[in-house]
Design a protein around this ligand. Structure first.
Ligand SMILES: [Zn+2]
Ligand SMILES: [Zn+2]
Length: 284
């Protein structure tokens, strides 16, 4: 089995309407791409900040600008499609109860928890408009803030899959790099993942970013595998042609780590299944 659970049916650009992307034709484009690549199970995980309900959790300016869609219309559309129903939900410190209420009121198959914004104010690790690196020359400090937020996200127990676990590296050499051994960030993160009980995402999205590397980095992934943390496989595609992007690299890493199973989800229940591409459909 191969999965692609962390998918977006539309690009992150502003002013993309729900109707233009959440329709049967667009879903079919994603399904066709998945069939071609031997991916049996697809789910969609729209960003929570696209929905007006997200403003109960936070009022970041990016959210205020984008939070226009109806989350229940989204759920209804996806449930009626062949896709699993997910959502990518930011961990918002202090909003745990409201997050649990928002998620618990809907029939998600899984929830992808993510950290894009770190600590004080509006700063993000992956958004040029709210760049945490503006005025922050100290790589250790930025990485510490990111991994503190990631640890709290993992421990919250709110999520089923922890997205792009070392997203802080997204700019690669375009930003300062910590000089210390990165295991000092990874090891507490692994403890936090174990405490919260979620799966960790193996995401090929980093291969398309300046860093040019899978999330998590091989050493971080190795520590997860040693701790028996289950992996969920995703591309974080925002376009049909990126479904399953770079999966050969992800499968190589799993193989090298001796990981033979990945997670599948239904109704927020997790199972492990053997990893591997589906055989091409036979023609009789
Ligand atoms: Zn994300
Ligand atoms: Zn995403």
């Amino acid at each position: 089995m191969l999965t692609d659970y962390h998918l977006h049916l539309r690009p992150d650009e502003d002013h993309t309407t729900f109707e233009a992307f959440f329709n049967a034709e667009n879903v079919e484009r994603y399904l066709a791409a998945a069939r071609e690549r031997g991916i049996e199970e697809l789910g969609v995980s729209e960003h929570v900040y696209r929905f007006s309900a997200a403003l109960d959790l936070w009022s970041h300016p990016l959210w205020v600008e984008n939070a226009v869609d109806d989350i229940d219309a989204y759920c209804e559309f996806v449930v009626a499609s062949p896709l699993r129903l997910g959502i990518e939900c930011d961990y918002v410190p202090g909003a745990e109860e409201r997050t649990a209420a928002l998620l618990g009121a809907r029939e998600f198959d899984y929830v992808v928890g993510s950290v894009h914004f770190v600590g004080d104010g509006d700063a993000a690790v992956d958004h040029g408009g709210f760049d945490v690196w503006d005025g922050a020359a100290n790589a250790e400090e930025v990485w510490r803030r990111y991994f503190d937020a990631f640890g709290a996200c993992a421990r919250s127990g709110l999520f089923d899959i922890l997205a792009h676990p070392d997203l802080v590296k997204v700019w690669g050499r375009g930003r300062p790099q910590p000089e210390m051994d990165l295991r000092s960030y990874y090891e507490p993160a692994v403890e936090a993942i174990l405490a919260g009980g979620a799966a960790v995402e193996l995401s090929t999205a980093g291969l398309r970013k300046p860093v040019g590397e899978l999330y998590p980095a091989p050493e971080f992934a190795r520590l997860c595998a040693e701790a028996d943390i289950p992996f969920a496989l995703s591309s974080d595609a925002h376009l049909p042609e990126k479904v399953g992007f770079g999966y050969d690299r992800a499968l190589e890493l799993l193989d090298a780590l001796g990981v033979g199973e990945i997670c599948v989800f239904e109704g927020r229940q997790r199972r492990l299944v053997p990893v591997g591409a589906a055989a091409p459909a036979s023609r009789s």
